[in-house]
Ligand binder design. Structure first.
Ligand SMILES: *[C@@H]1O[C@H](CO)[C@@H](O)[C@H](O)[C@H]1NC(C)=O
Ligand SMILES: *[C@@H]1O[C@H](CO)[C@@H](O)[C@H](O)[C@H]1NC(C)=O
Ligand SMILES: [Cu+2]
Length: 348
Protein backbone atom coordinates (compact mmCIF):
# COMPACT_ATOMS: atom_id res chain seq x y z
CA UNK A 1 0.00 0.00 0.00
CA UNK A 2 1.27 3.45 -0.77
CA UNK A 3 1.81 5.68 2.24
CA UNK A 4 -0.10 8.89 2.73
CA UNK A 5 2.91 10.83 1.62
CA UNK A 6 3.19 8.79 -1.56
CA UNK A 7 -0.48 9.30 -2.28
CA UNK A 8 -0.05 13.04 -1.87
CA UNK A 9 2.85 12.99 -4.30
CA UNK A 10 0.86 10.89 -6.73
CA UNK A 11 -2.05 13.29 -6.54
CA UNK A 12 0.43 16.02 -7.35
CA UNK A 13 1.33 14.10 -10.47
CA UNK A 14 -2.34 13.85 -11.36
CA UNK A 15 -2.62 17.59 -10.97
CA UNK A 16 0.29 17.92 -13.35
CA UNK A 17 -1.52 15.73 -15.83
CA UNK A 18 -4.86 17.47 -15.65
CA UNK A 19 -3.22 20.88 -15.65
CA UNK A 20 -2.78 20.49 -19.37
CA UNK A 21 0.40 22.06 -20.62
CA UNK A 22 -1.02 21.79 -24.05
CA UNK A 23 -0.20 20.43 -27.43
CA UNK A 24 -0.50 21.94 -30.87
CA UNK A 25 -4.05 22.58 -32.00
CA UNK A 26 -3.52 24.01 -35.47
CA UNK A 27 -0.71 24.59 -37.93
CA UNK A 28 -1.30 27.20 -40.60
CA UNK A 29 1.19 26.94 -43.44
CA UNK A 30 1.16 29.88 -45.82
CA UNK A 31 -2.45 30.50 -44.86
CA UNK A 32 -3.68 26.89 -45.13
CA UNK A 33 -4.80 25.13 -41.95
CA UNK A 34 -3.39 21.68 -41.24
CA UNK A 35 -4.56 19.37 -38.50
CA UNK A 36 -2.07 19.16 -35.67
CA UNK A 37 -1.20 15.93 -33.87
CA UNK A 38 -3.29 15.12 -30.84
CA UNK A 39 -1.89 12.46 -28.49
CA UNK A 40 -5.36 10.91 -28.29
CA UNK A 41 -5.03 9.96 -31.98
CA UNK A 42 -3.50 6.71 -30.77
CA UNK A 43 -6.98 5.58 -29.75
CA UNK A 44 -8.36 6.15 -33.24
CA UNK A 45 -8.22 3.49 -35.91
CA UNK A 46 -7.04 4.52 -38.33
CA UNK A 47 -5.17 7.37 -36.68
CA UNK A 48 -5.43 10.62 -38.66
CA UNK A 49 -2.39 11.29 -40.83
CA UNK A 50 -0.92 14.71 -40.14
CA UNK A 51 2.15 16.84 -40.85
CA UNK A 52 3.17 16.93 -37.20
CA UNK A 53 5.25 14.17 -35.66
CA UNK A 54 3.45 11.59 -33.51
CA UNK A 55 4.15 11.27 -29.81
CA UNK A 56 2.02 8.60 -28.14
CA UNK A 57 4.01 9.21 -24.95
CA UNK A 58 2.76 12.78 -24.89
CA UNK A 59 -0.70 11.95 -23.52
CA UNK A 60 0.21 13.84 -20.37
CA UNK A 61 1.27 16.85 -22.44
CA UNK A 62 4.52 16.42 -20.59
CA UNK A 63 8.04 17.55 -21.22
CA UNK A 64 11.60 16.54 -21.87
CA UNK A 65 13.93 17.49 -19.03
CA UNK A 66 17.66 18.26 -18.99
CA UNK A 67 18.57 14.68 -18.00
CA UNK A 68 17.39 13.70 -21.50
CA UNK A 69 19.34 16.35 -23.44
CA UNK A 70 21.87 13.82 -24.70
CA UNK A 71 19.18 11.42 -25.89
CA UNK A 72 18.31 12.51 -29.39
CA UNK A 73 15.19 10.31 -29.46
CA UNK A 74 13.75 12.44 -26.66
CA UNK A 75 15.01 15.97 -27.18
CA UNK A 76 14.69 16.18 -30.97
CA UNK A 77 10.92 15.94 -31.40
CA UNK A 78 9.73 14.89 -27.92
CA UNK A 79 9.76 11.43 -26.36
CA UNK A 80 10.20 8.73 -29.01
CA UNK A 81 8.28 10.79 -31.55
CA UNK A 82 8.01 9.47 -35.08
CA UNK A 83 7.67 11.31 -38.36
CA UNK A 84 4.32 12.68 -39.50
CA UNK A 85 2.83 10.92 -42.54
CA UNK A 86 2.14 14.16 -44.40
CA UNK A 87 4.14 17.15 -45.58
CA UNK A 88 2.93 20.74 -46.03
CA UNK A 89 4.23 22.93 -48.84
CA UNK A 90 5.54 26.35 -48.00
CA UNK A 91 7.34 28.92 -50.10
CA UNK A 92 10.75 30.02 -48.89
CA UNK A 93 10.06 33.26 -47.03
CA UNK A 94 6.58 31.98 -46.15
CA UNK A 95 4.95 31.71 -42.77
CA UNK A 96 4.02 28.88 -40.47
CA UNK A 97 1.59 29.87 -37.69
CA UNK A 98 1.78 27.35 -34.89
CA UNK A 99 -1.11 27.37 -32.42
CA UNK A 100 -1.19 25.61 -29.05
CA UNK A 101 -4.48 24.50 -27.51
CA UNK A 102 -3.50 25.94 -24.14
CA UNK A 103 -0.49 27.10 -22.15
CA UNK A 104 -0.16 27.85 -18.42
CA UNK A 105 0.83 31.44 -17.64
CA UNK A 106 3.19 30.18 -14.95
CA UNK A 107 5.29 28.36 -17.57
CA UNK A 108 7.40 31.30 -18.72
CA UNK A 109 10.40 30.86 -20.96
CA UNK A 110 11.87 31.19 -24.44
CA UNK A 111 10.49 29.94 -27.74
CA UNK A 112 12.93 28.61 -30.32
CA UNK A 113 12.48 27.27 -33.84
CA UNK A 114 14.84 25.14 -35.90
CA UNK A 115 14.82 23.47 -39.30
CA UNK A 116 16.59 20.36 -40.58
CA UNK A 117 16.85 19.37 -44.23
CA UNK A 118 15.83 15.80 -45.00
CA UNK A 119 15.36 13.67 -48.09
CA UNK A 120 11.93 12.46 -47.06
CA UNK A 121 10.35 14.05 -44.00
CA UNK A 122 7.83 11.21 -43.64
CA UNK A 123 10.57 8.66 -42.99
CA UNK A 124 13.04 10.88 -41.13
CA UNK A 125 14.48 9.72 -37.82
CA UNK A 126 15.27 11.94 -34.85
CA UNK A 127 18.96 11.04 -35.00
CA UNK A 128 19.24 12.13 -38.65
CA UNK A 129 17.92 15.64 -38.09
CA UNK A 130 20.67 18.22 -38.37
CA UNK A 131 19.02 21.40 -37.13
CA UNK A 132 19.85 25.06 -37.71
CA UNK A 133 18.14 27.71 -35.64
CA UNK A 134 15.78 29.98 -37.57
CA UNK A 135 14.01 31.91 -34.84
CA UNK A 136 14.46 32.61 -31.16
CA UNK A 137 12.82 34.79 -28.54
CA UNK A 138 13.63 34.95 -24.84
CA UNK A 139 12.84 37.81 -22.50
CA UNK A 140 12.25 41.01 -24.40
CA UNK A 141 10.49 44.25 -23.51
CA UNK A 142 9.73 42.89 -20.08
CA UNK A 143 7.96 39.88 -21.44
CA UNK A 144 8.77 36.21 -21.91
CA UNK A 145 8.21 34.68 -25.33
CA UNK A 146 5.79 32.14 -23.81
CA UNK A 147 3.73 35.01 -22.40
CA UNK A 148 3.72 36.66 -25.80
CA UNK A 149 2.48 33.39 -27.29
CA UNK A 150 -0.46 33.33 -24.89
CA UNK A 151 -1.45 36.90 -25.71
CA UNK A 152 -1.13 36.12 -29.42
CA UNK A 153 -4.04 33.71 -29.26
CA UNK A 154 -1.58 30.93 -28.32
CA UNK A 155 0.00 31.32 -31.73
CA UNK A 156 3.64 31.60 -32.73
CA UNK A 157 4.50 32.75 -36.19
CA UNK A 158 7.61 31.35 -37.83
CA UNK A 159 9.12 32.71 -41.02
CA UNK A 160 10.82 30.17 -43.26
CA UNK A 161 14.17 31.72 -44.27
CA UNK A 162 13.87 32.97 -47.84
CA UNK A 163 17.39 31.90 -48.80
CA UNK A 164 17.26 28.19 -48.01
CA UNK A 165 17.31 25.59 -50.77
CA UNK A 166 14.05 23.95 -51.78
CA UNK A 167 13.33 20.48 -50.48
CA UNK A 168 11.87 18.75 -47.48
CA UNK A 169 12.56 19.91 -43.96
CA UNK A 170 11.55 19.15 -40.43
CA UNK A 171 10.61 22.27 -38.51
CA UNK A 172 11.24 21.97 -34.78
CA UNK A 173 9.22 24.37 -32.61
CA UNK A 174 9.99 24.47 -28.91
CA UNK A 175 8.86 26.19 -25.73
CA UNK A 176 11.21 25.85 -22.78
CA UNK A 177 9.34 26.40 -19.49
CA UNK A 178 11.59 27.87 -16.81
CA UNK A 179 9.27 28.22 -13.80
CA UNK A 180 11.22 25.51 -11.95
CA UNK A 181 14.55 26.04 -13.69
CA UNK A 182 16.23 27.59 -10.66
CA UNK A 183 16.94 24.07 -9.52
CA UNK A 184 19.03 21.47 -11.26
CA UNK A 185 17.13 19.57 -13.93
CA UNK A 186 14.17 21.89 -13.50
CA UNK A 187 13.76 23.24 -17.03
CA UNK A 188 11.01 21.72 -19.16
CA UNK A 189 11.37 21.41 -22.94
CA UNK A 190 8.28 21.03 -25.08
CA UNK A 191 9.53 20.35 -28.63
CA UNK A 192 7.15 19.73 -31.55
CA UNK A 193 8.18 18.72 -35.08
CA UNK A 194 6.41 19.51 -38.34
CA UNK A 195 7.09 18.26 -41.89
CA UNK A 196 7.51 20.92 -44.56
CA UNK A 197 8.41 21.01 -48.21
CA UNK A 198 10.04 24.32 -49.05
CA UNK A 199 9.65 25.61 -52.58
CA UNK A 200 11.53 28.41 -54.29
CA UNK A 201 14.95 29.11 -55.67
CA UNK A 202 17.02 29.51 -52.52
CA UNK A 203 20.50 28.05 -52.54
CA UNK A 204 21.61 27.99 -48.92
CA UNK A 205 22.09 24.74 -47.08
CA UNK A 206 22.95 25.85 -43.54
CA UNK A 207 24.97 23.42 -41.48
CA UNK A 208 23.21 22.16 -38.42
CA UNK A 209 23.65 19.96 -35.38
CA UNK A 210 21.62 17.07 -34.04
CA UNK A 211 19.35 17.96 -31.13
CA UNK A 212 21.50 16.10 -28.60
CA UNK A 213 24.08 18.86 -29.12
CA UNK A 214 21.72 21.78 -28.42
CA UNK A 215 21.73 22.20 -24.67
CA UNK A 216 23.43 21.20 -21.47
CA UNK A 217 21.70 21.15 -18.08
CA UNK A 218 23.88 24.00 -16.82
CA UNK A 219 23.56 26.40 -19.75
CA UNK A 220 22.79 29.86 -18.36
CA UNK A 221 19.51 29.85 -20.27
CA UNK A 222 18.53 26.42 -18.91
CA UNK A 223 19.43 26.50 -15.23
CA UNK A 224 18.15 29.92 -14.30
CA UNK A 225 16.02 31.49 -11.59
CA UNK A 226 13.26 33.51 -13.24
CA UNK A 227 11.94 34.94 -9.99
CA UNK A 228 14.83 37.20 -9.15
CA UNK A 229 17.51 39.30 -10.72
CA UNK A 230 17.61 41.18 -13.98
CA UNK A 231 16.02 39.06 -16.67
CA UNK A 232 16.89 41.43 -19.49
CA UNK A 233 20.23 39.65 -19.79
CA UNK A 234 18.60 36.26 -20.25
CA UNK A 235 20.63 34.15 -22.67
CA UNK A 236 18.60 32.03 -25.07
CA UNK A 237 20.17 28.55 -25.14
CA UNK A 238 21.19 26.51 -28.17
CA UNK A 239 23.31 27.12 -31.24
CA UNK A 240 23.67 30.53 -32.90
CA UNK A 241 20.86 31.81 -35.06
CA UNK A 242 21.30 31.02 -38.78
CA UNK A 243 22.49 34.21 -40.47
CA UNK A 244 19.68 34.05 -43.02
CA UNK A 245 16.97 33.95 -40.36
CA UNK A 246 14.52 36.74 -40.97
CA UNK A 247 14.13 37.89 -37.41
CA UNK A 248 14.72 37.00 -33.84
CA UNK A 249 11.17 37.11 -32.71
CA UNK A 250 7.66 36.33 -33.68
CA UNK A 251 5.26 38.71 -35.31
CA UNK A 252 1.90 37.16 -35.81
CA UNK A 253 -0.88 38.85 -37.66
CA UNK A 254 -3.48 37.64 -35.16
CA UNK A 255 -4.56 40.59 -33.07
CA UNK A 256 -4.17 39.89 -29.39
CA UNK A 257 -7.23 40.63 -27.30
CA UNK A 258 -6.24 43.62 -25.19
CA UNK A 259 -7.59 42.18 -21.95
CA UNK A 260 -5.69 38.92 -22.24
CA UNK A 261 -2.47 40.73 -23.08
CA UNK A 262 -2.88 42.92 -20.02
CA UNK A 263 -3.58 39.93 -17.81
CA UNK A 264 -0.52 38.14 -19.08
CA UNK A 265 1.83 41.01 -18.37
CA UNK A 266 0.45 42.16 -15.06
CA UNK A 267 0.13 38.82 -13.31
CA UNK A 268 3.00 37.89 -11.04
CA UNK A 269 4.39 34.37 -11.49
CA UNK A 270 3.46 33.28 -8.00
CA UNK A 271 -0.06 34.61 -8.28
CA UNK A 272 -0.70 32.96 -11.60
CA UNK A 273 0.60 29.58 -10.55
CA UNK A 274 -2.12 29.18 -7.99
CA UNK A 275 -4.83 29.25 -10.63
CA UNK A 276 -3.16 26.61 -12.75
CA UNK A 277 -5.03 23.74 -11.16
CA UNK A 278 -8.41 25.32 -11.86
CA UNK A 279 -7.43 25.80 -15.46
CA UNK A 280 -7.36 22.12 -16.20
CA UNK A 281 -9.12 20.96 -19.29
CA UNK A 282 -10.52 17.65 -18.11
CA UNK A 283 -13.69 16.52 -19.71
CA UNK A 284 -15.26 13.86 -17.51
CA UNK A 285 -17.13 14.29 -14.22
CA UNK A 286 -14.82 11.74 -12.62
CA UNK A 287 -11.81 13.71 -13.62
CA UNK A 288 -13.32 16.96 -12.40
CA UNK A 289 -14.06 15.53 -9.00
CA UNK A 290 -10.52 14.24 -8.82
CA UNK A 291 -9.11 17.55 -9.80
CA UNK A 292 -10.93 19.22 -6.95
CA UNK A 293 -9.54 16.74 -4.48
CA UNK A 294 -6.14 17.16 -6.00
CA UNK A 295 -6.23 20.91 -5.72
CA UNK A 296 -6.45 20.69 -1.96
CA UNK A 297 -3.74 18.08 -1.63
CA UNK A 298 -1.18 19.71 -3.86
CA UNK A 299 0.06 21.94 -1.08
CA UNK A 300 0.81 18.96 1.12
CA UNK A 301 2.65 17.26 -1.71
CA UNK A 302 5.03 20.16 -2.08
CA UNK A 303 7.53 19.55 0.71
CA UNK A 304 7.66 15.80 0.20
CA UNK A 305 11.07 14.59 -0.71
CA UNK A 306 10.53 12.06 -3.44
CA UNK A 307 12.73 9.54 -5.13
CA UNK A 308 13.40 10.53 -8.68
CA UNK A 309 12.64 7.32 -10.46
CA UNK A 310 10.46 8.04 -13.41
CA UNK A 311 6.88 6.97 -12.93
CA UNK A 312 5.90 9.15 -15.78
CA UNK A 313 3.25 6.71 -16.92
CA UNK A 314 0.73 8.58 -18.89
CA UNK A 315 -2.83 9.25 -17.89
CA UNK A 316 -5.09 10.29 -20.74
CA UNK A 317 -6.76 13.70 -20.55
CA UNK A 318 -10.05 11.91 -20.43
CA UNK A 319 -10.18 8.80 -18.31
CA UNK A 320 -12.53 6.44 -16.52
CA UNK A 321 -12.38 5.77 -12.81
CA UNK A 322 -11.03 2.32 -13.61
CA UNK A 323 -8.19 3.73 -15.68
CA UNK A 324 -7.44 6.20 -12.95
CA UNK A 325 -7.28 3.56 -10.24
CA UNK A 326 -5.00 1.31 -12.25
CA UNK A 327 -2.84 4.29 -13.02
CA UNK A 328 -2.67 5.14 -9.33
CA UNK A 329 -1.68 1.59 -8.50
CA UNK A 330 1.02 1.62 -11.12
CA UNK A 331 2.36 4.93 -9.91
CA UNK A 332 2.32 3.99 -6.23
CA UNK A 333 5.72 3.46 -4.71
CA UNK A 334 7.68 5.43 -7.22
CA UNK A 335 6.53 8.99 -7.07
CA UNK A 336 8.02 11.18 -9.72
CA UNK A 337 10.19 14.23 -9.49
CA UNK A 338 7.72 15.81 -11.84
CA UNK A 339 5.09 15.71 -9.14
CA UNK A 340 7.35 17.58 -6.82
CA UNK A 341 8.22 20.21 -9.34
CA UNK A 342 4.68 20.90 -10.33
CA UNK A 343 3.54 20.93 -6.76
CA UNK A 344 6.14 23.56 -6.09
CA UNK A 345 5.00 25.55 -9.03
CA UNK A 346 1.47 25.53 -7.67
CA UNK A 347 2.39 26.66 -4.20
CA UNK A 348 0.86 30.07 -3.79
C1 LIG B 1 4.03 42.74 -37.52
O1 LIG B 1 4.02 42.78 -38.93
C2 LIG B 1 3.02 43.62 -39.48
C3 LIG B 1 3.05 43.52 -40.99
O2 LIG B 1 4.00 42.63 -41.45
C4 LIG B 1 3.28 45.06 -39.01
O3 LIG B 1 2.27 45.91 -39.53
C5 LIG B 1 3.26 45.12 -37.50
O4 LIG B 1 3.59 46.40 -37.05
C6 LIG B 1 4.26 44.11 -36.92
N1 LIG B 1 4.10 44.07 -35.48
C7 LIG B 1 5.14 44.07 -34.66
C8 LIG B 1 4.81 43.97 -33.22
O5 LIG B 1 6.30 44.13 -35.04
C1 LIG C 1 -8.00 32.45 -31.84
O1 LIG C 1 -7.97 31.10 -32.23
C2 LIG C 1 -9.25 30.50 -32.29
C3 LIG C 1 -9.05 29.02 -32.55
O2 LIG C 1 -8.31 28.80 -33.68
C4 LIG C 1 -10.06 31.17 -33.36
O3 LIG C 1 -11.33 30.58 -33.44
C5 LIG C 1 -10.18 32.66 -33.02
O4 LIG C 1 -10.85 33.32 -34.07
C6 LIG C 1 -8.81 33.26 -32.82
N1 LIG C 1 -8.94 34.62 -32.31
C7 LIG C 1 -8.31 35.66 -32.85
C8 LIG C 1 -8.51 36.97 -32.17
O5 LIG C 1 -7.59 35.55 -33.83
CU1 LIG D 1 4.03 22.11 -15.72
Amino acid sequence: MPSKIQVAAILGAVAASVNAHGHLSDIKVDGTDYTAYDPSFQYQNPAPEVIEWSCPECLDNGYVDPSMYTDVTKIACHKDATAGAKVAKVAAGGTVDIQWNTWPESHVGPIIDYMAKVDDATSAKAADLSFFKIDEAGYEDGQWAATKLISNNLTWSVTVPSSIAPGQYVLRHEIIALHSAGQENGAQNYPKCINLEVTGSGTENPTGVTADKFYTPTDPGIEVNVYSGDLSGYQIPGPALFSGASSGSSNTSAAAPASSAAAATSAAPVATSSVAVQNNAVSTPVASATATAVASSVASAAPVSTSSSSSDSSLPETFTLETFISWLEKAAGSSSSKARRHARAFRG
